[in-house]
Design a protein around this ligand. Structure first.
Ligand code: FES
Length: 161
């Protein structure tokens, strides 16, 4: 009998320990789940941010499409213009509502023009400047005007081809 009791005692201890362990597991699981929920909250926030960047990427890809980039009319300042490096084009608005587009490839040595200011489209490499009105050379060493492109206005969107 004593042997049996001595065997039973360790079993009871084990069972108690098991219950304790199970309780600990439950407690850990509870902590784990709340921790996971918190952890999931941050990645969700990050993924929301990524999702926010996603449409911008999509916008880039759609506007960067070689089929004919769509550009908002409001992006182009009146009396100025904007270079779209990804599409290698320059879109200008010499006078209100009058849009022009040109290749952004400088006719001197092929650099990409980088900015539009003071009525000219400027090349950063050797200082050539082109008219925002017709792409003609305003300052050398460029030998020829920028190549003209066709601008189509549809509502508030410009398409260059
Ligand atoms: Fe543009 Fe020389 S490549 S000025």
């Amino acid at each position: 009998m004593n042997d049996t009791d001595s065997v039973d005692l360790p079993r009871r201890k084990l069972m108690l320990a098991g219950v304790g362990a199970a309780g600990a597991v439950v407690a850990l699981a509870a902590c784990g789940s709340s921790g996971a929920a918190t952890g999931a909250g941050n990645p969700a926030g990050n993924s929301n941010n990524d999702a926010g960047a996603g449409p911008a990427d999509g916008g880039d890809s759609s506007s960067g499409g070689s089929d004919g980039p769509a550009i908002k009319v409001s992006e182009i300042p009146s009396g100025g213009g904007m270079v779209f490096p990804g599409q290698n084009i320059v879109v200008t608005q010499p006078t209100a509502g009058n849009f022009k587009a040109f290749s952004a490839t400088c006719t001197h040595q092929g650099c990409q023009v980088s900015k539009v200011q003071n009525g000219t489209i400027d090349c950063p490499c050797h200082g050539s400047q082109y008219s925002i009105t017709d792409g003609s050379v305003k300052a050398g060493p460029a030998p020829r005007p920028l190549a003209s492109k066709t601008v189509t206005v549809t509502g508030d969107t410009l398409t260059v081809s």
